[in-house]
Ligand binder design. Structure first.
Ligand SMILES: NC(=O)CC[C@H](N)C(=O)O
Length: 240
């Protein structure tokens, strides 16, 4: 049985919504997949040992300060960091939504006094609460810029922004813009989703809409990474 092992960080925030969206995305994917043996196992990650053996991890939206307090215990953050960088040649696809984006950014502006401890990993500068307070939360049309994020040929989707962080700058040329909001012509275009290597971030909450394209994209990234690692392992065997 070919199993996809996905963890969702479950200290607080929208973790159960992610789990439901993952199940739904997997069902739709599996109906079209040729590999009918594929299965999905979801783990709620609460202690560092829950990270062992994961193919993918979602860091949900919620409150980045609270999450960072938990991450600072029991070497959680260090373990997560080495998982992102790769353990024994095995890499994990990591996706941070909203507060998750804050935690995965290498530079964070507008942090609380005393400063939160970030995990880091993505070369972007993120500013907390860019779009305003809780009561200024909004829904917006999002333009996606990756063909795998199109659904039935449509590249536009909706996004829910709740005290959302903003991508202030992309700090390395290897960071890909996955989605934007606003209009370039009026000068208010903003980046709301990026990918760098095995990490992706979204400023909004795809798990709160019925649209599962972002969860499907995430699961696809895991499958692609697995295929690449398997073919690398096979070519290494040939060399020996
Ligand atoms: N919806 C969210 O995840 C909000 C994130 C929040 N602004 C924070 O700093 O953690």
């Amino acid at each position: 049985m070919n199993m996809l092992k996905v963890g969702v960080l479950a200290f607080q925030g929208a973790f159960s919504e992610h789990e439901q969206a993952l199940e739904k995305a997997f069902q739709t994917m599996n109906n079209t997949e040729t590999d009918s043996e594929l299965s999905l196992q979801i783990t709620e990650v609460r202690v560092p040992s829950h990270l062992d053996g994961l193919d993918g991890l979602i860091i949900p939206g919620g409150e980045s300060t609270t999450m960072s307090i938990f991450l600072n215990k029991n070497n959680f953050k260090q373990k997560l960091r080495s998982m992102i960088e790769g353990v024994n040649g095995r890499r994990t696809i990591v996706w941070g939504t909203c507060a998750g984006q804050i935690l995965l950014s290498n530079t964070v502006l507008c942090q609380k006094t005393g400063s939160q401890q970030m995990i880091g990993g993505v070369d972007i500068t993120t500013s907390r609460n860019t779009y305003g307070r809780q009561c200024e939360s909004f829904e917006s049309e999002i333009s996606t810029h990756h063909e795998d994020l199109q659904q039935d040929g449509v590249s536009v989707c909706r996004g829910i922004f709740i005290r959302a962080p903003g991508v202030v700058s992309i700090d390395d040329s290897s960071v890909i813009t996955l989605a934007t909001i606003g209009d370039e012509n009026t000068g208010n275009k903003r980046i709301v989703a990026v990918q760098q290597g095995n990490i992706m971030t979204t400023s909004f909450h795809p798990e709160l809409t019925e649209d599962t394209r972002w969860h499907t994209f995430f699961l696809d990234q895991i499958l692609k990474l697995r295929t690449t690692s398997q073919s690398c392992a096979r070519s290494n065997e040939n060399i020996i």
